[in-house]
Design a protein around this ligand. Structure first.
Ligand SMILES: [Zn+2]
Length: 567
């Protein structure tokens, strides 16, 4: 190699596309044989780690301060000018690797991804992906600008959740209706975006030559270990075994609240009309208590978390100018994860930090794999790491166990979480089934009103127990607020499959905490080196789509709810 890569991603923050190219050219021109393959792959990994870190750090900078104009300009330049060049070069490297015929046993599973990417790659799709990305930003702007006036103040729609936890039912109904009315105002602009998204995706499919856009996404998401039929079977299993139990719990909630029917504004409030949980006063308290909690889950994991504290890899507080939401990203060059969230003093913050902590542990455990392709973890399993941590960490929520709450409140937090799991599976099936229908009926579904109808039909199948009488026009509009449908098509069943894996890992931990944690860490350390079912198996779970496995998980969740909250 003639060109010397920098040691730090920061050096590259303002690079132009042509400053990246020589490093790819070096790799493309150098000899790739069995004898040189390790060095060649290691060099590719160095380059991929640096470019990956440039991307994640530039993105992170735009979220920690949304008013940072330099950060925004850098990230936009990266997306528009650098990223397409990197993609073209990555494609050429993949082709070179395949053509070389070298046999790298560790790469057996990643090679499936690489081959699939090369088959699917079309230069003419790159500009369509950029267009899709920009349309996605327009969608974000529309959603992000949605506010209402409440108690004399302008609040965002995510903030509405806080009032939906209040005990005054009339206030809950009022704010719910205000929020939904506000959402309806953007119907036309979102519909125009939707038609554009659908037309882009039609063109992408035609360019790639796949049977439909579902087939394109299946291949693009490297779903080699399950089929669309498996996903549909899983949704059917949800309908059979989750929906009746969720409906029973909604009915229990209705009785406790003492209302005639359960309305959409009755879902988040405490069923005994207690005020919302308050886990901590200051963000320092949240940060430190979580360290104790993770220590108790597993000392090694606690150590990772403390490392993140010491190295300032946690940005937890909610402050002006910070982007909404929470995420965990990875800086591959320095081999460290980074957690971003907006803590405002509610229980969701604790849950978010448990969840993102699971992702961070995944990054630590798999950091020493030698080639970047080996760290390409399937999302279906990445979410097992995070969702399992929410469940495994839950017994430590009480003060007596090092956590935040009195025994009563800790139980309340756990019940809310467990009920949420059962409610979520049904919603997941609405979103996933909806997308199967959309992309196997592309032309029909380009018409948003057809989507409205389909959404309402699926909702009534999977979300039994909430009374939407007289609110049908709000209900059929609801798909427009699910960003995955607009921006991340077909990315949703991952959560449902992972949740099932997570419940199984938790079930193991109930029997043998140390053993379950050892299996969990072993599976995380595998990165993307084995097939998806083998990742699940190593973690002590089964990648499953069948009714029985789901029924067993639902039974454990339901049983635990009744244990913690006998009523
Ligand atoms: Zn996650």
């Amino acid at each position: 190699m003639t060109n010397q890569l920098p040691s730090h991603a920061e050096t590259m923050f303002d690079w132009d596309a042509d400053q990246y190219t020589p490093f790819y050219t070096d790799l493309l021109n150098s000899e790739l044989t069995q004898a040189t393959s390790q060095a060649w792959l290691a060099q590719w990994t160095r380059l991929a780690d640096l470019t990956g870190e440039v991307e994640s750090k530039l993105y992170t900078a735009t979220t920690v301060d949304t008013n940072d104009a330099i950060a925004e300009a850098r990230f936009k330049k990266f997306l528009n000018e650098i990223y397409p060049v990197l993609m073209m070069n990555e494609d050429m490297l993949k082709r070179k690797l395949i053509a070389s015929g070298v046999d790298v046993p560790e790469l057996t599973i990643p090679m499936r991804n690489i081959r699939s990417d090369v088959i699917l790659f079309r230069e003419e799709n790159l500009s369509l992906f950029s267009e899709e990305g920009e349309l996605g930003m327009e969608y974000d702007k529309v959603i992000g600008a949605q506010t209402i006036t409440w108690d004399g103040e302008e609040i965002t729609l995510p903030q509405v959740q806080l009032t939906l936890k209040e005990t005054d039912r009339a206030r809950r109904e009022q704010i719910w209706r205000l929020a939904e009315e506000r959402r309806l105002q953007d119907k036309d602009v979102l519909d125009a975006q939707w038609r554009k998204f659908m037309n882009i995706r039609k063109q992408v499919t035609a360019n790639a030559g796949t049977a439909d856009y579902r087939a394109f996404q299946w291949q693009s998401k490297h779903r080699f270990d399950y089929t669309p039929e498996d996903a549909i079977a899983f949704n059917k299993a949800v309908e059979e075994v989750v929906v009746p139990v969720a409906a029973k719990l909604y009915e229990r909630r209705r009785k406790r609240l003492g209302v005639d029917t359960l309305r959409p504004w009755d879902i988040l409030v405490d069923p005994d009309n207690n005020s919302a949980l308050k886990p901590y006063e200051t963000v320092e308290e949240l940060e430190n208590t979580m360290a104790t909690l993770f220590d108790r889950v597993d000392p090694q994991l606690g150590g990772y978390y403390r490392m993140m504290m010491n190295e300032e890899l946690l940005d937890l507080d909610n402050r002006k100018g910070k982007a909404p939401g929470g995420y965990c990203t990875y800086f591959p060059n320095i081999k460290r994860p980074f957690i971003f969230m907006n803590a405002v003093g509610v229980h969701d913050d604790v849950n978010t930090l448990l969840h993102e902590g699971g992702h961070a542990f995944h990054a630590f455990e798999s950091a020493s794999l030698p080639y970047s392709q080996l760290q390409d973890v399937p999302m279906e399993f990445a979410e097992v790491a995070s969702m399992a941590m929410e469940l495994i960490g839950a017994p430590y929520l009480s003060k007596a166990n090092g956590g935040f709450y009195s025994e009563t409140d800790a139980n309340r937090a756990r019940v809310e979480h467990l009920e949420g799991i059962l409610q979520f599976w049904g919603y997941m099936s609405v979103v996933d089934s909806f997308q199967h229908w959309i992309y196997t009926h592309h032309d029909i579904a380009t018409d948003p009103s057809a989507c409205d109808e389909k959404w309402a039909e699926l909702w009534s199948r999977y979300m039994v127990g909430i009374d939407y009488t007289g609110l049908e026009h709000f209900l059929s509009n609801r798909w427009r607020r699910q960003l995955h449908i607009f921006q991340l098509p077909f990315y949703y069943i991952e959560y449902g499959l992972a949740q099932l894996g997570a419940v199984q890992v938790w079930s193991n931990a109930l029997n043998n905490q140390a053993g379950a944690l050892a299996d969990y860490r072993k599976a995380l350390a595998l990165g993307g080196t084995v097939k998806l079912p083998d990742l699940f198996a190593t973690a002590g779970a089964k990648l499953a789509f069948d009714t029985q496995t789901l029924a067993d998980a639902v039974e454990l969740v339901e049983k635990t709810i009744y244990q913690l909250d006998p009523m």
